[in-house]
Design a protein around this ligand. Structure first.
Ligand code: MG
Ligand code: MG
Length: 268
């Protein structure tokens, strides 16, 4: 990961640009979601998102992101035990899979970063519950993103909720500041202690991203150098929004134009 550790405070004009970046990003994720059907490849899902970015004349900061080799796609598409950073390829979705799509957008020099996890057709109760808990944990964390709170208030809210549901949060991957760069300071873990860590201030913009696993918090990187999976092979899920801290509380930047998220878990 390339991290610019500095925390940057954004003006309201800059936040307005980031909201526009987030709207395009949400549109790309919604298109990717709509492409999800049994038999569709993860490369086709990536293309559905990328087509939206191209149509808007923007690009993803994921493309060529430095790593074991430059990241080759606009999104990451991760299936089942793959937690994050799955490289889109010829693998085809099956009924009952969980697909996590992470997408970024650069618009007028600012980045939006957001992820959704989507079930393919009918899910097991276990898989459905994982998706619902992961989605809930994101919004529980966002509620804590208020000026005057500390990062630990956000982190611990996510951890306590997820663990109360008998699931696990990852330790090795975290949320992060987002702005002119995809990864800025501060790091925002999905675990922690209330009252600890950096004070949240108006104008901070943070990509909050709970990554939740059914059987363990331990992950491993696959031989391709990018794909991160649960160590025990258990199912995983990931939801992410980029959020600005404002005078009026947390403002989610990565919503569609109508103010709704690109994906919501509904009853099955
Ligand atoms: Mg992301
Ligand atoms: Mg992120």
């Amino acid at each position: 990961m390339v991290w610019d550790r500095q925390v940057s405070i954004k003006s309201s004009d800059e936040i307005a640009i980031m909201r526009k970046a987030g709207e395009i990003n949400a549109e790309a994720l919604a298109a990717a979601k709509n492409a999800i059907h049994p038999g569709v490849s993860t490369a086709e899902i990536n293309k559905a998102a990328e087509d939206v970015l191209i149509r808007h004349g923007v690009y993803s900061p994921f493309k060529n992101y430095p790593g074991p080799f430059p990241y080759p796609a606009s999104t990451t598409v991760s299936i089942n035990d793959e937690l994050v950073h799955g490289i889109p390829n010829k693998r085809r979705l099956k009924e009952g899979d969980i697909v996590s799509i992470d997408c970024g957008t650069v618009f007028e020099g600012f980045v939006a970063d957001s992820a959704i996890s989507v079930g393919v057709g009918q899910l097991s109760t276990e898989a459905y519950n994982l998706l619902k808990v992961t989605e809930n944990s994101l919004y529980i964390g966002i509620e804590q993103m208020v000026a005057g709170h500390r990062i630990g208030d956000v982190s611990s809210a996510i951890q306590q909720y997820v663990e109360s549901e008998g699931l696990f949060v990852t330790r090795e991957y975290t949320g992060h500041g987002v702005g002119r760069r995809m990864h800025e300071g501060p790091q925002v873990p999905n675990y922690g202690e209330p009252g600890n860590g950096m004070l949240l201030r108006k104008g901070m913009t943070i990509a909050l991203e709970p990554m939740v696993l059914i059987g363990t918090h331990v992950t491993q990187v696959q031989p391709d150098g990018w794909t991160v999976t649960s160590r025990d092979g258990s199912l995983t899920a990931h939801f992410e929004h980029s959020v600005a801290i404002t005078d009026n509380g947390p403002m989610i930047l990565t919503l569609l134009a109508d103010g709704t998220p690109p994906h919501q878990i509904t009853g099955q």
